[in-house]
Design a protein around this ligand. Sequence first.
Ligand SMILES: [Cu+2]
Length: 226
Amino acid sequence: MLRRCSRAGRRSSSWRPARDRAGRRPPPRRRPVRQLRTPTAVPAAGRHLEGNTMHVRRPLRALAALALAAPTLALTAPAVADPLVHHHGPLTDLQPAASVTDGARGSVSAWETSDGTTVVLRLRGLPRSAAGQEYGAHVHVGHCVPGNGALAGPHYNSTGQPPTAVSDQTEVWLDFTVGRGGTAYARADVPFTIPSGGAHSVVVHALPTSPDGSAGGRIACLPVHF
Ligand SMILES: [Cu+2]
């Protein structure tokens, strides 16, 4: 007695004989065309489409990316926008005695912002032996005149001359510490703008700035005409 395997006895719904009764091969089986699922309508940005989050998440992701980028853009704005004023070159020597700024070069850039003014001072060519030392620097109303620091005049002060208040919020203080490579960087963000012709220099002093605004002798100067 011929036994059939129990599995062979079960024919699936897709089983077809290799040949029909006339001995002909059946036509090749066609695969059903798979229908791509597409949304019936593309929702406007931010609108919720039930059962499909793809079009909802994209605008949210874009908004999230913008929100994350906004503070970064604000922080980097002074670095990418054209400055209101800019000067770079060798420092003007204000005293005949040797000083830390002899032979150094620098740049001053200033940007007007929605909150006031940002001023950046960069120096290079300072002696590496001075690394770690701190010096005062400020925006002054007068001009840079070699050998004559007094002609740089007083600090620019937003409360007028004579000033009624002296601080890093009424004046532009740019104290810096010399880096190991002989470079230095300082940035001041102040809540006021300097009127055209109101200041003409950044003066480097021999000492860090005290709370009363004094910083020792004037040793060098960079012209920057606001
Ligand atoms: Cu000064």
